[in-house]
Write a protein that binds this ligand. Structure first.
Ligand code: WTA
Length: 583
């Protein structure tokens, strides 16, 4: 077990120590796990290439720490509670011993299919315990899992399978596990061997495959789980994210199970059969720690307080949010109506690329402020920079968020294209990891995340690249060109606004809109469907041919009073027409 911070004073001491001696600090945490062979050195890094390695020469298998290590003390303890979509279907429970056996059995099934260490396995499954089993079974035999969110379309899955060169997919579960042994020796892995690939959107081109490794990811997810939520032995933890996203990887599967916790997997949605579903599940399963996205909180808040009123949830101890900025109204509602003012809220900022939580309050320890992710965890060294890459020192400042020192679960590469990793994260500012987020640091040194500074839209906590949506929309035969921006949306945080140029006069607008939405759903998935589509005569472009998105953003926000200088545009005359036609 990694160490746990017990007071704000201790946080400050631990933080200072982690900066003064990062290697000593993380070596101490790493030493609490089972290693097949100890590491020879703790860290070797440069952000130039980048080349980042933690626990060099160490040999391990993460699943021995998720499963085998717990068998002595926890074999009968529930590892996974499964709450099916249908509230009348009996929930499932899997003990650590059963999870061990199921993972081994599926690992043997994968081996029988010819899967070996280093092979990529694409997993496209609904939110069932079998998904967690499949993920861990890959790790057990050293195969690299690539989970694709079940809400993505077939085309998106195909893109990800091709990019990762995946070899296995779509067999019938019961057929391939039949007769397989329930034990399977864990493949010995190097600390730096890839554990998984997870695709995420950036500002350009197709989604990129973020790569995380066995050693550092293990140490960091367990440490952050234990500390951020102040996890206490035998508690029930529920993270509502989908396992297809990083939050599900790190805080449904790996973090909680590494810590020996009971993790709840929910198959359904917050509003089925009614908007009281979350609160029912918490009550019924006596959930202690609840971790969800602001978009869900806003949707349930909008459904009215009556869904919460009659549901007592005395088991709740800690509440968390993740994925997007939380607005003040939602924060207070969560605090008062759900937490009854007695549960600390941890607003956790992090990314697919960071592997685990980075800037966050520590539950019950860090004094919170609504909408602030507050302070960095030990080992995390955030800096603010201006457009020239100069560090902004002091408090009461705003800038772009970078991290200047590696932490154990930092992205290692983008699968099959290391240069893309360098370009995206390490080339913008010298010797720094660039997050793509804008941030404010207030007079107390607290961090407040403002949002993306690149062309990524955050819809209901899902990252969507504008370029991806434009590529999809442009497949419509009557559309010549398009530009997509985000705009503030009450429930989703951001909505998608698409401007399109068409070749033919469109007479049936409803039918046209439906065609566009269908194409986006087919190419990417329903989550990327635009909320608004406006037909425009042209796109405002600079003389170098770049779309001036600033103008589109303003119009989408409904703020056309000050569009800034448009005299440098190639075609300033289109702006007035676009303003008039805003939807
Ligand atoms: C945003 C999700 C504000 C941010 C774990 C980041 C947040 C992107 C927060 C990563 C938060 C995440 N407050 N914004 N607490 N957490 N974000 O890769 O813009 O799906 O860059 O990882 O979500 O999204 P991703």
């Amino acid at each position: 077990m990694t160490s746990q911070i017990n007071s704000f004073e201790e946080y400050k001491t631990e933080y200072a120590r982690s900066v003064a001696d990062p290697e000593g600090f993380w070596a101490e945490q790493a030493a609490t796990f089972q290693w097949k062979k100890p590491w020879k050195s703790v860290l070797k890094w440069n952000f130039k290439e980048p080349d980042i390695k933690w626990f060099l020469g160490g040999k391990l298998n993460i699943t021995e720490n998720v499963l085998d290590r717990h068998l002595a003390a926890r074999s009968k303890q529930t590892a996974i509670i499964w709450e099916p979509n249908d509230p009348n279907t009996k929930p499932g429970k899997i003990t650590y011993k059963q999870l061990y056996q199921q993972v081994c059995q599926f690992a043997n099934a994968l081996k029988a299919q010819g899967v070996k260490k280093g092979d990529r396995v694409c997993i496209y499954m609904p939110m069932t315990p079998e998904l967690a089993v499949a993920v861990l079974a890959c790790a057990r035999i050293g195969a690299i899992h690539s989970v694709v969110f079940a809400g993505f379309s077939a085309n998106s899955v195909a893109d990800r399978i091709k990019d990762a060169g995946c070899t296995v997919g779509d067999y019938w579960w019961h057929e391939i596990i039949a007769g397989k042994r329930k034990s399977c020796k864990a493949q010995q892995m190097d600390s730096e061997d890839p554990l998984f690939i997870l695709y995420t959107s950036g500002s350009t081109g197709k989604p990129k495959g973020v790569v995380h490794t066995h050693g550092g990811y293990m140490v960091y997810t367990e440490y952050t789980f234990r500390n951020v939520f102040q996890y206490q032995d035998k508690e029930i933890f529920w993270c509502t994210a989908d396992i297809g996203w990083i939050t599900g990887h790190s805080y449904i599967i790996y973090g909680p199970l590494l810590a020996g916790a009971t993790s709840l997997i929910f198959e359904g949605v917050p509003t089925y059969p009614d908007p009281g579903r979350f609160w029912d599940v918490i009550k019924r399963h006596k959930v202690n720690i609840f971790y969800t996205a602001p978009t869900a909180i806003r949707a349930l808040m909008a459904a009215g307080d009556e869904w919460v009123k009659n549901r007592r949830m005395p088991s709740l101890r800690v509440l968390g949010t993740v994925g997007e900025p939380i607005n003040e109204e939602a924060w207070y509602w969560y605090h008062e109506k759900i937490g009854k003012k007695r549960c600390p809220i941890v607003d956790t900022w992090w990314q697919t690329e960071t592997g685990g939580i980075m800037i966050t309050p520590i539950a019950g320890i860090t004094p919170t402020k609504p909408c602030f992710a507050t302070l960095p965890l030990p080992g995390v060294q955030p800096v603010l920079v201006d457009a020239n890459g100069t560090e902004i020192i002091g408090n009461d400042v705003e800038g772009m968020l970078c991290i200047k020192y590696p932490w154990p679960s930092i992205i290692r590469t983008t699968y099959g294209d290391h240069e893309r990793c360098r370009q995206n994260y390490f080339a913008t500012f010298k010797n720094m990891y660039f997050t793509g987020d804008g941030v404010r640091r207030d007079h107390d040194g607290y961090y407040r995340i403002i949002g993306r500074v690149d062309d990524v839209i955050n819809v209901s906590g899902h990252r969507i690249g504008t370029a991806e949506v434009e590529d999809a929309i442009n497949k419509h035969e009557d559309i010549v060109e398009s530009a997509v921006v985000g705009f503030p949306h009450d429930i989703k945080g951001q909505g998608i606004y698409a401007y399109v140029i068409v070749t033919e006069q469109i007479t049936d607008h409803a039918a046209f809109k439906k065609q566009v939405l269908d194409i986006v759903a087919k190419e990417i998935g329903p989550i990327a469907k635009p909320d608004k589509i406006q037909i425009v005569p042209g796109l405002p472009k600079t003389r170098s041919g770049k779309i001036m998105r600033r103008i589109f953003r303003k119009i989408a926000e409904g703020d056309t009073s000050n569009l800034g200088d448009i005299s440098t545009l190639l075609n300033p005359e289109v702006v007035e027409e676009i303003k008039m036609g805003a939807v």
